[in-house]
Design a protein around this ligand. Structure first.
Ligand SMILES: C[S@@+](CC[C@H](N)C(=O)[O-])C[C@H]1O[C@@H](n2cnc3c(N)ncnc32)[C@H](O)[C@@H]1O
Length: 276
């Protein structure tokens, strides 16, 4: 299933427009949430941070290692990794807004020397071969114009034996394809692989798949809890950004909620670049 083609400049503008309110709502993490069940009373910030932890724990980071955060958003994840694991992080993305916020965050957290950010298209990275010990792509591969190319590029910059972990959406049921098409158009997705297709793409790039999970029920399946948490902050967000911006933000995300709960999965995958 494919939607319209994407390019990095358009994607950069897409995030420049949507990330300011997204950043405020989710505290610097422009990605999904994880709630165990409807009774789970974790805040939105905590639910979103659970995804950060869930994905980054699979990297097995050690102090002093160098991590590429490919599609790093407004920087909270890189700051978290620098502070929690004592690693060096290089974050790249294509949104001017996100890069500015990422620099601010690292400065405020006193890790600017450890968490660095630069404009970079992950389809053609400005780094030599074998630069990084680990690569993270938290919900960013979804925006790649060509999945095999970005995975080959991430493979190239990873050292032999280095690890990659990513999380992203998967297609679980296309029984009502018009709902899925609305979701994809809203998020500017060019494709929506199934979990086996994600794994095939990784293997085609040369990676050895080591671990994977599909937890969509606790992620997209909890979209009602997200709406509830976001609506609870409606007045505060409106006071900060203005009525027109909040209305536009909601309108832009309408299609995201179109699929049924079980149609959209969420995969967390970890793999390795083989040693020689
Ligand atoms: C859904 S956001 C996730 C951001 C971040 N990983 C997080 O979890 O908070 C997708 C990110 O991918 C980045 N991105 C999209 N296309 C990209 C490209 N071609 N090269 C680098 N980054 C890209 C966007 O700028 C954005 O930061």
């Amino acid at each position: 299933m494919t939607a319209e083609a994407v390019n990095p400049d358009d994607i950069g503008r897409h995030y420049d427009e949507r990330s300011p309110i997204g950043d405020e709502l989710r505290n610097g993490q422009i990605h999904m949430w994880y709630w165990y069940d409807r009774e789970d009373d974790a805040t939105l910030t905590e639910a979103v941070h659970r995804i950060t932890r869930k994905v980054t724990e699979t990297l097995g980071l050690r102090p002093g290692e160098h991590v590429l955060d490919a599609g790093c958003g407004p920087g909270e994840t890189a700051v978290f990794l620098a502070k929690t694991y004592g690693v060096e992080v290089t974050g790249v993305n294509v949104s001017a807004f996100e890069l500015e916020r990422a620099h601010e965050r690292a400065r405020d957290a006193h890790v600017a020397g450890q968490a660095r950010f630069q404009y970079g298209d992950f389809m053609a990275l400005p780094f030599p071969d074998n630069t990084f010990d680990a690569v993270l792509a938290l919900e960013s591969l979804q925006n790649a114009p060509e999945l095999d190319q970005v995975l080959r590029e991430l493979f190239r910059v990873l050292r032999p034996g280095g690890r990659i972990s990513f999380s992203d959406f998967s297609l679980e049921s296309d029984r009502e394809p018009e709902r899925v098409a609305k979701f994809m158009a809203t998020l500017r997705l060019d494709r929506l692989p199934t979990l086996p297709q994600w794994l095939d793409h990784l293997r085609a790039a040369g990676f050895a798949v080591e671990e994977y999970t599909q937890c969509g029920t606790r992620v997209f399946g909890r979209k009602a809890k997200y709406v509830e948490a976001a609506m609870a902050r409606h007045d505060e967000i409106t006071a900060k950004f203005g009525e027109a911006a909040v209305t536009e933000f909601s309108r832009n995300h309408h299609g995201f909620f179109a699929p049924k709960k079980d149609q959209i999965g969420y995969v967390v995958v970890s793999a390795r670049k083989p040693y020689r």
